[in-house]
Design a protein around this ligand. Structure first.
Ligand code: UDX
Length: 415
């Protein structure tokens, strides 16, 4: 056990997988530097304390339950969390500050997700230092800072939504196409804009922001946001590469049988397919994905998490062509140990929804990506992966079986 430094850091992650992971990774890094770590978390989507026995866990009753919450409306969920968590967060912090015993190590700092709008205010009132963690990339943050301007310029109008302008370049941000703009395809663009306005306000008024990225990847965006934000920043990333551990912060059980399956596949032959923790696909889309994988001829490892598709019977209804391919050269899991999968020598490509964690994890392992962004920052991430960093390609031409098979065989696995 390394030397403790008699300071506690309280971490408060947003209860979504893509936000819990980087926050707990940050906890691992700080713990390795001698800090005691308390994870303050909502009872909804709570991390598993047994995976991190060296952290202290405290649960906030936010009044939300997994079965009742719709993951298809993330802006609504975040707004609800901001309303319901403010008072219990303050109560817990007060209690921790006055507690003798287990939590007696003094609080050096609170670090909360940048989508929580109340944490820095509470910490300031209680005279506790507070920082925020940005779980997305610096480039998408840069785009958020001009979203209001893009709205004024008409990019969020019906015209943009209907798709007729969706392939046009954004004049104010030339590396992007209209379809890449966060929120442009949302049913509630105003709510998305408000969410990002609040995030920027939180970061600007915070004593400092932590970025999960690295200068070599996002230097131009970091330079731009530094000018706009004028707050101290700490670039610590990729977080998952800054410490060594075997513990995971998955909310779903990881199916480790996929690793022994990968062990049997030829070097760099497998396409790993996962669309993260929140994206959903329609029944017609899952059929095209299945047939695209079957037609591609590559071995595939596909994560179909519960609720990725509404119909739980989708597999039974799949055509025999796919079921045969699955038997011969495929593996289906509900949740994978993704970082281990991407680091496996049999994996040759990653078909991803371009969430920021997945993007960083894939870049870190040198795995090329097939990008299929769905919402939020994913369009920006995918555009940078394909056009700027050139470590992947877009799935252009639609979610259609032939197109998918062609993209996999000709763009990712060139024989
Ligand atoms: C969300 C947003 O969609 C994303 O755009 C934003 O940047 C962060 O929050 P999510 O959609 O879940 O996150 O995607 P991503 O950021 O890629 O995070 C998913 C995490 O779950 C990754 O760390 C990945 O390793 C992990 N994962 C995913 C698994 O461990 N197993 C799986 O089977 C799938």
């Amino acid at each position: 056990m390394n030397q403790r430094n008699n300071h506690r850091v309280v971490l408060f992650p947003l209860p979504l997988q893509g936000h819990i992971n980087p926050m707990l990774q940050l906890g691992q890094i700080l713990h390795a530097r001698g800090f005691s770590i308390t994870i303050l978390h909502t009872n909804f989507n709570a991390p598993d304390p047994s995976s991190h026995p060296h952290f202290t866990f405290r649960s906030i009753a936010c009044g939300l339950h997994r079965s009742e919450v719709s993951m298809s409306d993330i802006p609504d969920l975040i707004s609800l969390l901001n309303t319901q968590c403010a008072s219990p967060f303050e109560e817990h912090l007060r209690e921790m500050m006055s507690l003798p015993g287990g939590d007696a190590v003094p609080i050096a700092c609170v670090i909360s997700d940048s989508l929580f709008s109340f944490t820095c205010g509470v910490a300031e009132r209680l005279k506790v230092r507070a920082l925020v963690l940005l779980t997305g990339g610096a480039t998408s943050l840069h785009v958020y800072t001009i979203l209001r301007l893009l709205k004024e310029k008409g990019y969020f109008s019906i015209d943009g939504l209907s798709g007729s302008r969706s392939e046009e370049a954004v004049k104010e941000f030339p590396s992007l196409l209209v379809r890449d703009i966060p929120g442009v395809h949302s049913q509630k663009p105003e709510m998305v804009l408000e969410l990002f306005d609040n995030m920027i306000k939180v970061i600007k008024s915070s004593p400092g922001v932590i970025f999960n990225t690295f200068e070599e990847l996002e230097q131009p965006a970091l330079a731009s946001v530094r000018e706009v934000l004028s707050v101290p920043d700490f670039v610590i990333g990729p977080l998952h590469k800054c410490y060594v551990t075997s513990s995971s912060s998955s909310l779903l059980e990881e199916d480790r049988s996929c690793i022994s399956w990968l062990d049997e596949q030829p070097l760099k032959s497998v396409i790993y397919v996962s669309f993260g923790s929140a994206a959903v696909v329609r029944e017609a889309e899952i059929l095209e994905i299945a047939l695209g994988l079957a037609n591609s001829k590559q071995p595939f490892l596909w994560v179909v998490r519960p609720r990725l598709v509404r119909d739980p019977e989708w597999l039974k209804k799949s055509p025999s062509h796919f079921l045969e391919a699955l038997k011969r050269r495929g593996k289906l899991v509900k949740w994978a140990p993704q970082m281990k999968v991407l680091a496996h020598p049999a994996v040759g490509a990653f078909w991803t929804h371009s969430g920021w964690n997945s993007t960083l994890e894939s870049i870190s392992e040198g795995v090329p990506m097939l990008c299929m962004p769905r919402f939020s920052d994913q369009g920006v991430n995918a555009r940078y992966v394909s056009d700027i960093w050139r470590v992947g390609v877009h799935l252009n031409g639609g979610l259609d079986r032939e197109n998918i098979a062609r993209a996999i065989s000709t763009n990712l696995f060139i024989s």
